[in-house]
Each structure stands twice: as C-alpha cells, then as structure tokens.
Ligand binder design. Structure first.
Ligand SMILES: Nc1ncnc2c1ncn2[C@@H]1O[C@H](COP(=O)(O)OP(=O)(O)OP(=O)(O)O)[C@@H](O)[C@H]1O
Length: 253
C-alpha cells in the first residue's frame, strides 16, 4: 500500500539552471499538494506530459528525494520519517543509470541480494525466474558496460525485484525497449499485481496504460488533474480514446 497525502516538492535553482530555464525564479515547484493511494494487488498508472512531476513524485515515494512537505506511507511505514525502513519494502526502477558498468549482471544482482540479506537458495530461485522471464541467461556474465540499452534495463529490473519488494515503483519501465522485451516487462508487472504487490508506474504509452491500469493519476505542472479507477476514467470520458481524453484533461488543467 502507498498513501501519499498533500505532497509538495520544490527545488532550488542555481544560476546555471536559471539560465537554462530562462527564468529569474530561484525556486521551481515540481509537485503541488498531490494526494492518492495505491492498493495491494492493483496497478496505478501515473500519467502526465513531459515535466509534469511524475519522476519527482516516484522519487519521493522511493525515498530518493525528501518532500518539501506532505506525507508518504509505504506498507504502513512513514517513508518521510523512516526512509530506511520504507526502502526495504520498495523496488524502484528508474532507467539503467547507476548500474556498475564494470560488473556483470550476475555480480550486480548478487551484490544487491546480499545488501538486502536474501539467502542463497531464495536468491538463486528468484534470479532464475527473472532471468527466464527476461531472457537474460546469455549475457549474465558479460560486463554491463558492453550491454545494449534493453539488456541494461533488464538488469535494472532484476536488481529492482531481487529482494521481492511488496511495493514496486517503475518509472517508464518500457521506454526505449523493443516490443518483445516490453511485452516481457508488461508480463512481469502483471505478475507483481497477481502476487498481491502494490504497483505504481509512469508511462507515456497509452496502450500499455490501457492494458495494465486499475487506477489512473494524471498530473500536469505538478497538479493532480485526475485520480480514480480506470472504470471511472472510461465512464466519464468525453473523448473517444484514452489518449484523446488524456489530452482533453491536460489542456483543460
Ligand atoms: N533536480 C531538479 N532541480 C530543479 N528542477 C527540477 C529537478 N528535477 C526536476 N525538476 C523540475 O521539476 C519539474 C518536474 O520534473 P519531472 O522530472 O518530475 O517530470 P516528469 O513528469 O517525470 O517528466 P518526463 O515525462 O519528461 O520525464 C520539471 O519542471 C523539472 O524541470
């Protein structure tokens, strides 16, 4: 379970950032008082145009960023006050950055399993299941530096899942991947739901959102414009397609 209440995040902008953004403002507000809940056994899709505040929100949930104000509860733990406790319950996927390029997938995944105190037998069983699903055996002993973007993404996913977290947070999980790999990741996300995990993911791909979502959140310029079940979204929509309705809501917001 994820409970987000009145979450607010502002960043201080340094001189270089102010120049890049062509602004005189010293502060950028990325997330403005958003509240929502994600339930176990359900998948919550976080949608929004570029710069909406999705990654910032997911990073706060994953305890990478400290919110400016507001509260986050992860599986009953106050993630703002006790980030280390909350982190044990979370698997966070955010691109393939942060993989140790000199290690092999096997070495990296083992490193993270050890960090989380996963015992050997459980580790081997989980690793095999993930490697089978993501078709990873062939490159498991190659240096990560030599792997393709899709292969690195698979390594990131295995790292995210190796401690069997009860809450999974995927920031654009299929971005830049071929259709077969994307399909495997969609299967993995569905498996998470079927195992009773709480899943939240961000995406720009509407077909994926349609396939996976139980609940939908739409944010734009840091504000939550829609938060509800996919059924409610579909019942109330004024446009023919999900994409059309998404655009309508964002333009109205
Ligand atoms: N470290 C930072 N310092 C200053 N501003 C930031 C920082 N990180 C994000 N922002 C700003 O916060 C806003 C939200 O960014 P965020 O990355 O959360 O958006 P997003 O919805 O994930 O976008 P995208 O779909 O393009 O990935 C943007 O205006 C961005 O420029």
């Amino acid at each position: 379970m994820i409970k987000v209440h009145d979450l607010y995040k502002e960043f201080s902008l340094n001189a270089k950032q102010r120049k890049e953004l062509a602004t005189k403002e010293k502060i950028a507000v990325a997330v403005k008082n958003i509240s929502f809940e994600c339930q176990p056994g359900r998948i919550y899709s976080l949608l929004g145009p570029n710069g909406a505040g999705k990654t910032t929100t997911l990073r706060m949930i994953s305890t990478i960023f400290q919110p400016t104000s507001g509260s986050i509860e992860i599986g009953g733990v106050d993630a703002v006050r006790y980030p280390q406790e909350a982190r044990k319950k979370i698997g966070f996927l955010t691109g393939s950055a942060g993989l140790y390029a000199r290690l092999t997938p096997n070495e990296l995944v083992k490193y993270f399993a050890d960090l989380y105190g996963v015992d050997k037998a459980t580790f081997e069983a989980r690793k095999k299941r993930l490697y089978d699903l993501l078709d990873m055996h062939e490159f498991a002993n190659k240096r990560i530096a030599k792997l393709s973007t899709g292969m690195k993404q698979k390594v990131s996913i295995t790292r995210t899942m190796i401690h069997d977290p009860e809450v999974v947070v995927f920031d654009e999980p299929t971005s830049g991947l071929d259709v077969i790999t994307a399909e495997n990741i969609i299967t993995l996300i569905r498996n998470c739901k079927n195992e009773g995990k709480t899943v939240i993911f961000s995406s720009h791909i509407m077909s994926e959102v349609d396939l996976l979502s139980d609940d939908i959140g739409i944010i734009h310029k840091g504000k939550m414009l829609f938060n509800g079940t996919k059924e409610t979204f579909i019942q109330n929509k004024q446009e023919d397609s999900l994409t059309g309705e998404f655009i309508r809501i964002v333009k109205q917001g």
